[in-house]
Design a protein around this ligand. Structure first.
Ligand SMILES: [Zn+2]
Length: 193
């Protein structure tokens, strides 16, 4: 595990809060394969990388896509911090409440406000973690912004919030908040020295 010190640290934190938490590959997992087929149908083929690229919490298990094997320590840590938010949400809303918020609005596809709210909270943590573990400019990177905004407006989560402007405004507000925190901590550092 020494190759992955950042990952180990986040795993330790999650296990202290959720002792049952475990990681399992999606490959060879029946339910994940069933969900993959259902998503391909519901999104007309738009979500076709569920098994290869998407991390999914079911119960207290994080199911890993095949891309996990090639994911760096820092990116694993960022992903785990995102998924930790979903575990906390599940505790907050109960598993049934989570399922209702998350799954029911998939039919009809689109405008899934419950799911969008849950993902907004989790992707805010993705940006905080990116700024902390990589850099503020990594969180500001237009490619990352395009990719995360696309998760809300595109087929990956069933077009959960297809209003690009609203999603972009949310993203930019999180970045502004991170910039504000960054400048406060810089001022603190300067006043200490
Ligand atoms: Zn998520």
């Amino acid at each position: 595990m020494n190759e992955f010190p950042l990952t180990a640290r986040v795993m330790g934190q999650i296990r202290s809060e959720f002792p049952q938490f475990e990681l399992r590959p999606k490959a060879g997992h029946r339910l994940s394969q069933g969900i993959d087929i259902a998503l391909k149908l519901l999104t007309f083929g738009g979500q076709s990388t569920y098994l290869t690229e998407y991390h999914t919490v079911l119960g207290t298990t994080l199911f890993l896509p095949s891309a996990w094997a090639d994911t760096s320590d820092v990116d694993r840590a960022i992903l785990l911090r995102h998924e930790r938010i979903h575990l906390l949400q599940r505790r907050r809303f109960t598993p049934l409440g989570m399922a209702l918020l998350y799954l029911l609005p998939i039919v009809p596809v689109g405008l899934a406000y419950g799911r969008a709210r849950l993902e907004w909270e989790a992707y805010t943590e993705t940006l905080i973690a990116t700024a902390e573990l990589k850099s503020l400019s990594a969180a500001r990177c237009p490619e990352l912004r395009r990719r995360i905004v696309g998760r809300f407006t595109g087929p990956a989560y069933g077009w959960m919030w297809p209003f690009r402007k609203t999603v972009e405004r949310w993203y930019d507000q999180v970045i502004q908040e991170l910039e504000r925190r960054d400048s406060i901590s810089m001022e603190l550092l300067e006043s200490e020295s």
